[in-house]
Structures are given as structure tokens and as C-alpha cells.
Design a binder for this molecule. Structure first.
Ligand SMILES: *[C@@H]1O[C@H](CO)[C@@H](O)[C@H](O)[C@H]1NC(C)=O
Ligand SMILES: *[C@@H]1O[C@H](CO)[C@@H](O)[C@H](O)[C@H]1NC(C)=O
Length: 508
């Protein structure tokens, strides 16, 4: 694709002597001519121009094309259109033409023609900084900058951060605005090659989101997206942004674009990903969740509904507190995962009867929590509920059956979760509570409520006791013990759930 590249200092043009050395090196290796592909910056134009003149004096056939694909400027500007990521498309097409054995003059004519149909615009959420220097410009949080250069030059317009779809749409509007000095003229039905270029710091996930937005936006405007490439092709150090390059194409251009190359940074699109369409999959319909069995109400159903509603509202109230506790020991989302489960249960309650058989109820909750809560908490609660539900079949719902059920649930959590009492996990609240319930296993009918209240108290005490525990399992085990002075959020959540159950049952 390319025979040589000449590097300058960071963001600076290479000196003419380096450029001349590269040209002479290729000439010496037998090149019949040398094409310089230069981005439109004054320093580059001067230094490459000087080297080209010197090379001609050495008898080398040298030509230079200047890439100016910048679509940022709306009115005539002294700085002129800069060379941006469209340059790599010129590298590719010129390389393919040379590979076909075309003459230097022909290649220059061809790429000059193609250049008329290439446009690029960048957007960024951050400036970049040359190592050891201050950032190239200031950008307040929440703002984004449109139309940047690749050397940290600020852009032409600043606005509030928006969704990927909105940003891409605004970029394409700007690039194709016929009133703009530097626009790219596009018409419905134009065939396009699209290059989504990471300016440095975007994740693959973000790149994929933006790429999808670009394809959909262009297709909605009646363009034919023939090829898509996404990746880091022309970066600006650690800038958190991307640029969008559009190239009008025809079958000849596509053939050159598709030509085989072993250049390591060129994406191999021949594995079936050559069409924009193949990046997309049809949206799958959302699963509605919940068990398929027919569930029947029973005499206990209204009570159990009330209890569930209280547990959900309690978890939502505690969301921020649990997040705060979790930030001290884990990834700060403990409240969010519990709130997610609570919201899923609330939605489920709106459209389902609460089954009269407690076993069926717990197993329905296990399914919900597994699907909607996520994370290891979701798996652990789901294990607990699944194991417990097996002990509450056939309508057995007296205090002893509940005690056996929660005991089985706790054992399942221990077995599969790999944690135990004293490891600073939710078990530190759950185990004492279950012990209390098991003690009361033989309570006479009617003594269940007192046992439950005592169990809730034991859970609260157990959760508090985790303040002084070193973590041996779970989220906090990666944190140094002296940094843990707050109680474990998982244990706190268990205590909150039990006390919500008691409150709901005590209400008249
Ligand atoms: C390149 O930039 C200069 C200003 O530095 C400008 O005058 C010129 O028009 C630009 N070239 C192209 C092809 O736009
Ligand atoms: C690109 O991928 C195709 C199909 O997977 C493979 O046959 C070809 O060798 C690859 N080309 C390069 C340069 O890796």
C-alpha cells in the first residue's frame, strides 16, 4: 500500500532532509517514480515540496498530491481545508493503482479526481496533550467540539454532548451543507465508502455505536453505504473523539478499495464484512420474562403482594445509600442492581397474580431476578430463591416450612457462592437470621411473627458487624482491610429486605 512513511516530531512536519532520504531510498530500490501524499498543512507542503524539488535534481520522477478533505469550515478561512483521515483512503487507492502498474501521471490524475469526493469531519469530548505539555485547548465537561484538526487544533463549533445518533446526524448535516465553503456535495443514491476513525481514546464499544449510527443516518438520507471501516487510522494522541470520512465511490473506486494489501493496519474486510449491512443485525424482540405456568391465587396472595411491594419500595429508597456503601468497597452499583430487581418485580406485579403457593412465587421471583438483576447478586439471590422454593411446594407455608426453605436457600448460596459467615458478604446478615428462624422451628402456631421479628433484628446486627470484618470473598476482597470501615452493602440489603417484610406483615 505504501512504500515509505516519514515521521516528524509529535505534531510537526518532518524535515526536508528526512523526506529526501526516504525518496532516494525508494529510488535506489528501483522505484520508477515516487508519489508524495501530503496532508494540507503549511509546514508539510513546504518541507515535502522542497524535498521533491531536491529529488528531481537527483533525477527522480516525483509527484505530490495534497489531501484537503476537511469539511469543518463554513466560510472562507485563511487556514484552508486541512488534510484529515481521508488521506488513508488516498494511500489505499494510490497503492492499488501502483500495484496495477499504472504510471505516476495516471495515478496523480486519478487520485486528484477522487479527492473531490472525499470529506471528513471530527468531533471530540476532550482535547489532547503532547506528552509533557498542557492540553491543546480547554473543553468543559459536558461539552463537545466539532470540526477539529488532528494536531489538537480546536474545532469550529462547540455544543452540548448529545446521543451518538444526534451527533452523527449533526456531523453529516455540517459536512453536506451546500451553503458551507468546505462541504462535500452528496446526492440521494450516491454510493459511499465510510470510514469511522477513532481519534484516540474511544472504546471499541463506543466505536461500534457510532459506526451503526453513521450507517443508519446515511441510509436514511438515501445514500448507499457500500463499504464501512471503523478503527484507529489517524489518531490525535489521547483525544476522546472520532472523525467521519465519506468518499463518493463508483465500481472502479470500490475495486481499488477492495484490492488486497498486507499493510498490517488496513482492516481485512474480505471476511464477509465488506458491506455496511453486514455490521448490523435485526433487533431481537425483547423477552417478556416470567414463568409460563398458569399461576393461581390463594388466600395468602394479598399478603404476599403487600410484602413484595414493601420490599421493592424499600430497596428503591435504599438505592443511593447502598451505592455509597459499595463505592467504598466495590464498584458502587450494589444499590442499582437491587433497584433493578425491585423495578422488575414491580412491573411483574402489575400484570401477574401472586401465586397462592409460596413455592411457585419464589420460583417466579428467582426467574425474574436471574434475568433482570444481573451480576453475581442476581445469581446469588436466584440460587437462594430456587433452592428455597423447592421446600415450599404443595401449599406448605407454615413457619417451620418457611424456616426450612430459607435454610436451604442459604446453604445453596454458601455452596455455590464460595463464601461463608464472617467473610463480609450478604451471608453475614442472612445466616444469623436463618439460625433464628430455625431455632423457632418448633414454635407453636402464632409464634411465627415474633420469630420473624427476632430474625430481622439478627440480620440488622449481622450487617452492622461487617464493619469490623476483613473481606474474604466477594466484591470487597480486593480492597485493603484498613480501607473498609463501612458495613457491607450486600448484608445491609438483606437486613433491609427482612425488616421490610416485618413492617409489611405488622401493618393492619
Ligand atoms: C490548503 O490550505 C491552504 C491554506 O494553508 C489553502 O489556501 C488551500 O486552499 C488548501 N488546499 C485545498 C486543496 O483546499
Ligand atoms: C483476509 O481474510 C481473508 C478471508 O478471511 C483471507 O483469505 C485473507 O488471506 C486475508 N488477507 C490478509 C491480508 O490477511
Amino acid at each position: 500500500m505504501l512504500s515509505a512513511a516519514v515521521a516528524g516530531g509529535v505534531f510537526a512536519s518532518p524535515p526536508p532532509a528526512s523526506i529526501l532520504a526516504a525518496i532516494l531510498c525508494l529510488h535506489g530500490a528501483g522505484a520508477s517514480g515516487v508519489l508524495l501524499i501530503v496532508k494540507n498543512y503549511t509546514g508539510d507542503r513546504l518541507n515535502f515540496g522542497l524535498a521533491a524539488e531536491q529529488a528531481r535534481n537527483h533525477g527522480v520522477d516525483v509527484e505530490m498530491v495534497v489531501v484537503a478533505d476537511d469539511c469543518a469550515f463554513t466560510c472562507p478561512s485563511k487556514a484552508g481545508k486541512r488534510g484529515l483521515c481521508g488521506t488513508i483512503l488516498i494511500h489505499k487507492l494510490a497503492g492499488a493503482l501502483a500495484d496495477e502498474g499504472c504510471s505516476l501521471v495516471h495515478i496523480v490524475a486519478k487520485v486528484t479526481e477522487v479527492l473531490q469526493g472525499i470529506g471528513t469531519l471530527g468531533v471530540s469530548l476532550s482535547p489532547c496533550s503532547v506528552p509533557g505539555c498542557r492540553p491543546s485547548f480547554e473543553l468543559p465537561p459536558g461539552d463537545m467540539e466539532l470540526g477539529l484538526g488532528i494536531h489538537g487544533e480546536p474545532g469550529v463549533r462547540r455544543s452540548k454532548v448529545a446521543t451518538a445518533d444526534e451527533v452523527v446526524s449533526a456531523m453529516i448535516d455540517h459536512m453536506t451543507n451546500a451553503a458551507s465553503q468546505s462541504c462535500l456535495h452528496l446526492q440521494t443514491g450516491d454510493v459511499l465508502v465510510v470510514c469511522v476513525n477513532n481519534l484516540g481514546a474511544l472504546s471499541r464499544l463506543e466505536m461500534a455505536v457510532v459506526t451503526r449510527a453513521a450507517i443508519l443516518c446515511l441510509e436514511n438520507r438515501g445514500m448507499v453505504v457500500a463499504r464501512v471501516m471503523a478503527g484507529s487510522f489517524m489518531t490525535s494522541l489521547e483525544m476522546a473523539g472520532m472523525s467521519l470520512t465519506l468518499m463518493r465511490a463508483n465500481p472502479e473506486i470500490l475495486k481499488l478499495f477492495d484490492a488486497k494489501t498486507s499493510a498490517p493496519a488496513w482492516p481485512n474486510l474480505s471476511g464477509g464484512c465488506a458491506s455496511g449491512r453486514s455490521y448490523l443485525t435485526a433487533p431481537t424482540p425483547m423477552s417478556t420474562g416470567g414463568p409460563q405456568d398458569v399461576l393461581l391465587e390463594g388466600p395468602q396472595s394479598p399478603v404476599m403482594r403487600k410484602v413484595l411491594e414493601r420490599v421493592c419500595s424499600t430497596l428503591l429508597e435504599y438505592q443511593e445509600e447502598l451505592n455509597a456503601l459499595d463505592r467504598a468497597s466495590g464498584d458502587g452499583d450494589c444499590g442499582n442492581t437491587h433497584a433493578q430487581a425491585a423495578k422488575a418485580i414491580q412491573v411483574w406485579l402489575q400484570s401477574h397474580v401472586v401465586p397462592g403457593c409460596p413455592g411457585q412465587l419464589l420460583s417466579a421471583l428467582a426467574g425474574l431476578v436471574q434475568e433482570k438483576m444481573g451480576g453475581s447478586s442476581g445469581a446469588l439471590y436466584s440460587l437462594f430463591l430456587t433452592a428455597a422454593s423447592g421446600h415450599l411446594t404443595g401449599g406448605r407455608s407454615h413457619a417451620a416450612a418457611w424456616a426450612n426453605a430459607v435454610h436451604a436457600g442459604m446453604q445453596a448460596m454458601r455452596r455455590y457462592g464460595g463464601a461463608d459467615l464472617g467473610d463480609r458478604t450478604m451471608l453475614d446478615a442472612l445466616c444469623p437470621a436463618v439460625d433464628e428462624l430455625m431455632k423457632a422451628n418448633s414454635t407453636p402456631p402464632g409464634g411465627g411473627m415474633a420469630a420473624l421479628k427476632a430474625a430481622a433484628q439478627r440480620a440488622a446486627d449481622g450487617a452492622e458487624s461487617t464493619r469490623s470484618l476483613a473481606a474474604k470473598a466477594g466484591r470487597a476482597s480486593y480492597i485493603a482491610a484498613e480501607r473498609l470501615t463501612l458495613p457491607d452493602p450486600g448484608a445491609k440489603a438483606v437486613a433491609a429486605i427482612l425488616s421490610a417484610v416485618v413492617e409489611a406483615l405488622e401493618e393492619p
